[in-house]
Design a protein around this ligand. Structure first.
Ligand SMILES: Cc1cc2nc3c(=O)[nH]c(=O)nc-3n(C[C@H](O)[C@H](O)[C@H](O)COP(=O)(O)OP(=O)(O)OC[C@H]3O[C@@H](n4cnc5c(N)ncnc54)[C@H](O)[C@@H]3O)c2cc1C
Length: 230
């Protein structure tokens, strides 16, 4: 979905998100900003419930009430490290924006349950990114988890030159965080928690970090991967 919003497009950074008001649905729903163009902002979403269903039914040229950009984005001062992006399912949305914004290309590990979860990413490949795909049923790419590919890649390379970025299901992020710790690789994780306000007021999206709780919406959604207690 592409929304015309030139001012938001100008100030949005990879990792930030929008709260969208779907018609007839009480609470706003968070969606990552998946990219920007001169005029607007792009989203990639899966229809899972009432909010995303209503969004998917909107006719072209509809007006939509959104709050954006929200949250803190990815740090990408790479210090000569090779970026490894690990996306699961719709986690590709925020990592797409990151891959399209980074000054250097790295490797994008992209996993889904089946080939139907894997979106074409020609514009990322055109920027020199290597894209490695895994599906749980083997219908596209490696059969198994995307983290199998990540482990293999790290094992064959120089972890001291790598930096990790991940967004996707909780289990995948937990595994990436363990891989980061085992190999002493710095990294960032974008968390998805259910949230009502998106601005830190309702405190519905609290997560445990070190010795305190943080709000995914206003302190994140991107955190240092070592700070999250998965
Ligand atoms: C910062 C952030 C960015 C996000 N970006 C994207 C994106 O780019 N694309 C995308 O498709 N989705 C994204 N999501 C998830 C999306 O916001 C939820 O799936 C949303 O609830 C869908 O609304 P709905 O009304 O269609 O479904 P709902 O009726 O709200 O939920 C449908 C089902 O999904 C479960 N669910 C809802 N929210 C979450 C959640 N946050 N985590 C896990 N399970 C949940 C519910 O328990 C229910 O079973 C993001 C979430 C966050 C917090």
């Amino acid at each position: 979905m592409i929304l015309k919003a030139p001012t938001i497009a100008r100030v949005s950074r990879p990792g930030q998100f929008a709260m969208l008001k779907a018609p007839g649905v009480f609470l706003r729903r968070p969606l990552s900003i998946a990219g920007v163009n001169k005029d607007g902002i792009e989203f990639i979403y899966r229809v899972v419930g009432a909010g995303t269903r209503e969004l998917s039914l909107l006719p072209r040229e509809s007006a939509l009430d959104i709050i954006a950009p929200l949250g803190n984005g990815y740090e990408y001062d790479l210090k000569n490290r090779v970026p490894l992006l690990v996306a699961g399912g719709t986690g590709i949305a925020s990592l797409r924006f990151l891959a399209l914004s980074m000054p250097v290309a790295g490797v994008l590990f992209y996993g889904g349950k089946t080939k139907n979860d894997i979106l074409p990413l020609k514009e990322i490949a055109a920027r020199g990114w290597k894209i490695l795909i895994a599906t749980e049923d083997g219908s596209r790419g490696h059969k198994g988890f995307v983290t199998d590919l990540l482990k293999r890649h790290i094992g064959a390379g120089r972890p001291g030159n790598m930096v990790l970025y991940t967004c996707g299901p909780h289990g995948m992020e937990k595994c990436v965080s363990q891989i980061a710790a085992d190999n002493n690789i710095p990294g960032y994780v974008s968390l998805e928690e259910m949230m009502a306000c998106g601005t830190g007021n309702c405190q519905g999206c609290a997560v445990k970090t070190g010795d305190s709780y943080k709000m995914v919406c206003s302190d994140g959604p991107v955190f240092n991967i070592n700070d999250i207690c998965f």
